[in-house]
Design a protein around this ligand. Structure first.
Ligand code: RUB
Length: 312
């Protein structure tokens, strides 16, 4: 169980970050619990870890989808092995979605051009690796992404893949946007009205992209679509510890805020690159519903969403 609790801590502290990595880490934690629990304790132990995970990062529909899947599999699986096989199938679906996104998105990377990105998204990094594998030559401008510098991870991963990187401070995004041919980010959540929720600063860069006529594409699997927003719940924006920004003792009396994400309106987004194809954010939710059906497990998702929002 210690391994599972450590994963919860790692997710909360952002030692594991990025929506896709978070969903995969959550499944790994569940797997530990399934493997280590006695048959009589298994059901309760899984439910307990599911709740702890859902509470670790509130703005994560992909993880909630994975956890809802776990709860359903727990009910329908006849044995521990069947439950583990169900987890394997879900992970396989995630992997195949990622491949499709890379395939479609790589075609939008301009050969000889410049990409600008923000934060660290494995979906974006994999897409860029695919573009390089397909023979495209391009450079990527990476913003450092204060306060936790996820841009460093992006820069390192791209450099390791032989992709040239220009690393800049967040406030240089406007200055460099004019050099870019495409602005590309991942997403944590996409709402039923086509709003994109991603790392704080994403929307500011989208405004700059519009100013310089740079197309903005969001690479995100359909799991990022949050069906609870269609049921009227607003996507929560996680507010993190102010000490990540500055030691509050340095500014006694100041209010220090640290929202993890911001919300980009659909009119600033040219397209969402998903495993279904590339669609405008306004029609993306309809495409998801068309392909998966209007979320059949919505009540369960809402229940988990509400529990996750409650203080422990
Ligand atoms: C990470 C972030 C990423 C999305 C998408 O924020 O905003 O762009 O999660 O990532 P944080 P991916 O560092 O706070 O988790 O494409 O890997 O799912």
């Amino acid at each position: 169980m210690d391994e599972a609790r450590k994963i919860v801590d790692d997710i909360r502290a952002l030692r594991v970050q990025g929506a896709r990595n978070i969903a995969l880490a959550a499944l790994k934690a569940v797997r530990f619990v399934v493997e280590k629990s006695s048959s009589t304790a298994l059901e309760n132990a899984v439910k307990e870890i599911v709740l702890e995970l859902a509470r670790a990062r509130p703005t994560e529909p992909a993880m909630r989808d994975a956890l809802t899947y776990v709860l359903r599999a727990l009910r329908s699986a006849g044995s521990r092995d069947e439950l583990l096989q169900a987890l394997d199938r879900y992970e396989e679906e995630l992997r195949s979605a990622e491949e499709k996104i890379s395939e479609y998105g790589a075609r939008r990377v301009p050969d000889g051009g410049v990409v600008i990105t923000h934060c660290h998204s494995t979906t974006v990094v994999n897409l860029l690796r695919r573009a390089k594998k397909d023979g495209k030559k391009f450079r990527v401008i990476v913003t450092e992404t204060r306060p936790l510098y996820q841009g460093k991870t992006t820069a390192k991963e791209l450099l390791e893949s032989g992709i040239p990187v220009t690393y800049v401070v967040d406030s240089a995004a406007y200055y460099f946007m004019r050099d870019a041919d495409i602005y590309l980010t991942g997403a944590d959540a996409i709402t039923s009205d086509g709003y994109v929720i991603n790392k704080i600063g994403t929307a500011l860069m989208a405004v700059a992209a519009e100013r310089f006529d740079v197309p903005y594409y969001v690479a995100a699997s359909t799991l990022k679509y949050d069906p609870v927003t269609a049921a009227g719940y607003p996507e929560p924006i996680e507010e993190r510890d102010p000490a990540e920004v500055i030691d509050p003792r340095e500014l006694p009396g100041a209010e220090i805020r640290n929202p993890a994400f911001d919300v980009t309106p659909p009119e600033l987004v040219d397209g969402i690159i998903s495993e279904l194809g590339i669609y405008a954010p306004q029609i993306f939710p309809a495409m998801v519903s068309q392909s998966k059906g209007v979320c059949p497990h919505i009540e369960e998702m809402i229940a988990l969403f509400r529990l996750a929002g409650k203080q422990q």
